[in-house]
Ligand binder design. Structure first.
Ligand code: HEC
Length: 128
């Protein structure tokens, strides 16, 4: 009987140790697979995009613009695609090509400041 108790104790100890060992590694592998799926657009970029980009680059926007970047579908892009789109977005705002001239004329507050361009590119470069 005594042997039986110690056997149970050993089994219990082994299971608890296994649980302790497995839980954290499971949690971190889940975090990793989430990161592989893609990047979440941070608030700092979202704020700029809301004002300057989504009129054309989100659901209900312009087909030509959506073909390049659809921010409503950002989550469905692979991480690689997000990296290259973000780099392209940085390029376009740096050149001053986006938002387009006409939009800037009718929405002067949508023109990106130098600081906002920097914010965009710092984010884009951080994904690489
Ligand atoms: C008034 C509508 C409009 C707004 C606002 C706008 N875009 Fe665009 N964007 C377009 C259109 C239209 C195209 C497609 C141009 C083409 O095919 O020549 C485009 C293309 C692009 C492309 C792809 C360019 C290429 O040739 O690879 C990027 C990147 C882009 N926009 C980023 C942005 C970003 C970032 C913002 C906000 C800062 C923005 N756009 C705001 C209309 C807009």
């Amino acid at each position: 009987m005594k042997r039986m108790y110690s056997l149970i104790a050993v089994i219990a100890l082994v299971s608890i140790t296994a649980m302790l060992l497995l839980t954290p590694s499971n949690a971190s592998s889940q975090a990793k697979s989430a990161a592989v799926k893609g990047f979440v657009i941070p608030d700092s970029i979202n704020k700029i995009a809301q004002k300057s980009c989504i009129a054309c680059h989100a659901e209900g926007g312009k087909a030509m613009a959506l073909a390049h970047v659809n921010l409503s579908k950002w989550d469905t892009y692979t991480a690689d695609k997000q990296i290259s789109k973000a780099a392209d977005m940085c390029k376009q705002v740096t050149k001053g090509a986006m938002p387009p001239k006409g939009f800037k004329a009718s929405h002067p507050d949508a023109v990106l400041t130098e600081k906002q361009v920097k914010t965009f590119c710092t984010w884009a470069n951080s994904l690489k």
